[in-house]
Design a protein around this ligand. Structure first.
Ligand code: HPA
Length: 272
């Protein structure tokens, strides 16, 4: 771990009076309404934390908030810097390493994704069983020690996945399951690319999450990840894709997302 991650970890630790939650929740696009239910006891801007990314997107401030969400103590990360902004998959490296150094043990990631499966329409939620790093870029390039050769066999923790299924049953929420293909973006896929991804065995496609999962596994964190399906992959439905269109798709899933989180977060806290 580098100096800035250690410094950010100390800053988080002292802001929390030494009580850093073991569960961190990284809120991706579409999931931000969940933050409204948090009762925060600590708020820090990314700008105060060495090694955390500066976020480019208009008006968004990256923020770490610690508090109680649906009865569980969590550290909430709002704001993810994507590799499509400058081509660098290491954007979240300092943040993930700082969380691990501060005492976080479990990372719950959320994202928005397009569906490759006609049986999984917009508005549904999907548990990531695995991923395809189609960009073939790694946030660990430049690391020097042998820990960089990370075993990715169970990158998405099977025991935490079982808890997510149990939480979905309890909350009465349909939770699909599948492989997430990471593409760089920021353009959406072509219809031919969507057919390729289907043949490669992916059920969903998106522009995030995979670098952070690799970083988290490298840092020893357990990972659970959920996709909000905001649209069908290009060419699979009579819709034209845009950022606004995906946000509208996210609104349809917001209710399920909140109910799933309410059941899941206390389970994750007990397991962490
Ligand atoms: N493709 C890639 N990323 C996405 C999509 C998509 O269709 N929807 C939301 N994020």
């Amino acid at each position: 771990m580098n100096e800035s991650a250690a410094a950010a970890a100390r800053r988080i630790g002292s802001a929390c009076d030494g009580r850093v939650p073991r569960v961190a929740l990284l809120l991706g696009s579409g999931w931000s309404p969940l933050a409204a239910a948090l009762v925060p006891r600590v708020e820090l801007d990314y700008a105060e934390l060495p090694g955390f990314p500066a976020l480019a997107v208009g008006g968004h401030v990256g923020r770490v908030r610690v508090g109680t969400l649906h009865g569980a103590e969590v550290l909430l990360l709002s704001g993810r810097k994507h590799a499509y902004e400058d081509g660098d998959p290491r954007a979240m490296k300092g943040a993930v390493q700082a969380l691990a150094a501060a005492g976080v043990t479990t990372l719950l990631q959320t994202n928005a994704a397009g569906s490759l499966d006609p049986a999984m329409p917009a508005g549904r939620l999907m548990l990531l069983s695995d991923h395809l790093n189609l960009v073939q870029a790694s946030p660990l390039v430049g690391e020097r020690d042998d820990r960089r050769f990370v075993d990715m066999a169970a990158a998405y923790d099977p025991a935490l996945a079982a808890l997510a299924r149990q939480a979905a049953r309890q909350a009465g929420v349909t939770l699909h399951e599948g492989v997430y293909a990471w593409v760089l973006g920021p353009q959406f896929e072509t219809p031919a690319e969507i057919r390729m991804l289907q043949r490669l065995g992916a059920q969903a496609v998106g522009m995030s999450t995979v670098p952070e999962t690799i970083l988290a596994r490298h840092a020893g964190l357990r990972v659970l990840a959920l996709s909000m399906i905001t649209n069908m992959g290009c060419g699979l439905a009579a819709e034209s894709l845009s950022h606004a269109h995906t946000l509208a798709g996210a609104a349809r899933a917001a209710d399920d997302a909140a109910r799933l989180m309410a059941a899941l977060l206390p389970m994750l806290e007990s397991a962490a």
